[in-house]
Write a protein that binds this ligand. Structure first.
Ligand code: ADP
Ligand code: ZN
Length: 317
């Protein structure tokens, strides 16, 4: 690995797979994405992920020999030391998938696997353009997760997968979460939960969502158009997220809370109520030191995060 070599970065989400070649200064030399089609199971999905990695190299006019390492972001739980995926709620059937090994074998380079939201936190720290040393990143996507950078360092914890912010309990007797617990933030704030709660609420309600395929995107659109049920679900989601961000501001006192992931494509419809609720409900000194913003990186945030992890682990190696 030389200083100049780019890395290949792979991002495994419950909805989409993404890949890109990323230079050391965070410049994306290529970016491509396809649907995860999670129902096909890990073997087929991993094969398409590896093929997408090849496509990202081709689009960047790179041969694999010109790449120093491969970074991989994936939903947790997973073991970053071995690169084994340990049954994430958003990836049914991924119950001991040796993703790091499969990636390393295919590309012949060191592969570094990390929780996708933890990775994205580091990507935002390095290349978000924010100029801060303390930030919390939250991804509102198929699932809901987060990562913490404190004094310029990624928080990992003893088992190296701490900062599981999606499974912070916001209602201890609340909805069942995919992780087995009740009332986790993910059971309310994720795109999957937005769609599920809307589906439950729509039955017999006369909502404009009736009879449509209900996704978080559709809920956002119908809420904007004034549908009462869609608006209730959306408002509950932003209130829950705002309350949770207030807790995180109190606990971590970050300079920034950065929101990313597919649901943040709703833009101000998500950010404005979350930011207002979070800064109003956090302790005043912590709130004054903090702001809540959207990532500038859109769909590429996971790929940049995986690349940041590859560079970080190479530096530590
Ligand atoms: P992944 O979880 O695979 O990384 P994304 O980050 O793209 O995928 O998140 C997918 C989620 O984003 C889905 O629940 C989808 O309905 C939701 N979504 C996509 N576009 C929008 C939008 N414009 N408004 C609200 N939600 C959206
Ligand atoms: Zn949970």
């Amino acid at each position: 690995m030389t200083q100049q070599q780019p890395v290949l970065a792979l991002d495994v989400g419950g909805t989409k797979l993404a890949a890109g070649a990323v230079a050391r200064d965070g410049t994306m030399r290529s970016f491509c994405q396809i649907e995860t089609a999670v129902g096909e199971g890990p073997t087929a999905v991993v094969k398409r992920l590896l093929d997408l990695g090849d496509q990202a190299l081709t689009e960047a006019h790179l041969s694999i020999d010109e790449v120093g390492a491969v970074g991989v972001g994936c939903g947790g739980p997973l073991d970053p030391a071995t690169g084994v995926i340990l049954g994430p709620p958003g990836l049914p059937g991924w119950d001991a998938v040796p993703l790091g090994q499969l990636v390393a074998e295919r590309f012949g380079d060191p592969a570094y696997v990390e929780n996708d939201a933890t990775a994205a936190a580091l990507g935002e720290y390095r290349w978000g353009g924010w100029g801060v040393e303390d930030l919390v990143y939250l991804t509102v996507s198929t699932g809901f997760g987060g990562g913490i950078v404190a004094s310029g360092n990624l928080f990992r914890g003893a088992a190296r997968q701490g900062g599981e912010l999606g499974h912070v309990v916001v209602d201890w007797q609340g909805r069942q979460c995919g992780c087995g617990a009740r009332g986790c933030a993910e059971a309310y704030v994720s795109g999957t939960s937005i769609a599920r709660r809307a589906t439950e609420a729509v039955a017999g309600s006369g909502s404009t969502l009736t009879g449509l395929p209900i996704t978080a995107k559709a809920v956002a659109e119908h809420a904007r158009a004034g549908d009462r049920i869609a608006r209730e679900i959306w408002d509950e989601t932003t209130a829950m997220l705002g309350r949770m961000v207030a807790v995180l501001i109190n606990v971590c006192e970050p300079e920034l809370v950065v929101l990313g992931g597919g649901v943040t494509r709703a833009g101000a419809q998500l950010l404005d109520p979350v930011r207002e609720a979070a800064l109003r409900q956090a302790m005043p000194p912590a709130a004054r030191a903090c702001d809540v913003v959207l990532s500038h990186h859109g769909d590429a945030v996971g790929v940049l995060g995986a690349a940041a992890i590859a560079y970080e682990r190479l530096e530590d190696a």
